[in-house]
Write a protein that binds this ligand. Structure first.
Ligand code: SF4
Length: 61
């Protein structure tokens, strides 16, 4: 499974705090997801980050 961050991101930083293995904040202030399959051991925290995003900006790729 992969994730991507859509244009709704408001840059709150929650996802990067919850699952830094997958999400990070870009220079433009919005989140980006790594462009690779999410490792099994971080799938739970990645899903938690997706569910926790206040604007639903994280989608499964
Ligand atoms: S939790 Fe959602 S709004 Fe906040 S930085 Fe991540 S993708 Fe953007």
């Amino acid at each position: 499974m992969k994730y991507y961050v859509n244009d709704s991101c408001i840059g709150c930083g929650l996802c990067a705090g919850t699952c830094p293995e997958v999400f990070s904040m870009s220079d433009t202030g919005v989140a980006v997801a790594i462009d690779e399959e999410v490792a099994e051991d971080v799938q739970n925290s990645a899903a938690e980050a997706k569910d926790g995003c206040p604007v639903g900006a994280i989608e499964e790729a």
